[in-house]
Design a protein around this ligand. Sequence first.
Ligand code: HAM
Length: 437
Amino acid sequence: MITKPKGTYDILPNESRSWSKLEDTIRKICKLYNYKEIRTPIFESFNVFHRDANDTSDMVTKETYDFKDRGDRMITLRPEGTAGVARAFIENKLYVENPVNKLFYMGPMFRYERPQKGRNRQFNQFGVEALGSSSPLIDAEVIALGASLIRSLGLKDVKVKINTLGDEESRKAYRDVLVKHFEAHKDELCGDCLNRLEKNPLRILDCKVDRHKEFFNDAPKIKDYLNDASKDHFNKVLKALDDMQLQYEIDDNLVRGLDYYSHTVFELEVNVPEFGAQNVIGAGGRYDGLISQLDGPKTPGVGMAFGLERLLLAASLSGKALVKPDSIHVYFIALGERAQAECIKQANICRIGGLACDMDYLGRGIKAQFKDADKNNARFTCILGDNELDEFKINIKDNETDEQETISLYDVYPYVINKLNKSALGACASCKDRKEE
Ligand code: HAM
């Protein structure tokens, strides 16, 4: 048997409705915040992600799927959405029409990571990118959008952690003292951090290996090295969050795993024990240098991405089912070949009229067909045998009220619609489900 590649998974029919529901919720929220969808390729030129030889992020140095295509071009499967969106922004000159572009995307990303609960090699992200404004208010808007999504999904125990990396000048001042501090502990640093010490010492703060060592506690903090402009930017982000009554926690050691960030960085963390180690469901920050690094016009940017698998896991752990069990309007039970031929006709009439229908295609007995109707949560069951057919009649049962009637064969559609309309004013489960979804 050929099996799926390690770190991938199938979304099976009983799960796919939760995915659709999540995607619908995301689209609704993006509409509220006026973010417009952008769809970029799943593979990009290698250089979109491998921009800087000094990049120390695990994602770029260890985790990308890189290959040569048959035309000898270096290609990378996208490990994240931001760089591809930045490439598309530049190539399509989106800045010409709109000074600020607020964009969102959803789709698969690829990282060669060690698979574990909540960490896959192919996973899905929903992300937003706001390009063109350096206002701290838009940093806060992005976080507010994330908070709205969390609220809509009914997620519990989600914490927003936030920090600033300041502007280039602040980071340079901080970098110098940080290098001095960690150089004194060079012997205790892990191999990756020794490399980071030269290339990007801030990333040492993010190290999962060294983070718990004692010399970490008295490492200098970026907040003490921010220039006035950086302090002002961060304070304005915090004030806007306060004004919107959004809760957050400042985390001095938060630097994020990607190298393109400046100023605001943040992570949204779920704190329930069943979630496991991969408890960051979404994260982002400002990246004012990325567009020019990709040879675009100097353009500030801020964004965030959520892992959809982690959002769904968080939703299920919060005990809030995203969707009700699937259901159909009518199941046709046919007794015999002639009845079967008539049932497919009737089912088609109903389907054209907008009713979800199904029937048996295995020639099963009446008992098995009733079982199948039940399994499909049919609101109505129609039963047709030769006798009824000869009289142009059909038996119909309302499974919600247990009412059973014999009606004209040609009345199935109006009969069901009439009943549904009546109960839709009340509470027909199958119609309500469909309306809500
Ligand atoms: P990131 O922190 O690398 O940021 O990924 C964002 C989210 O994607 C994570 O918080 C997590 O929920 C999910 N995720 C990442 N890797 C995996 C994986 N292997 N398996 C399952 N889920 C995963 C970014 O990607 C940035 N582009 C975010 C951003 C947008 N910053 C600015 N704009």
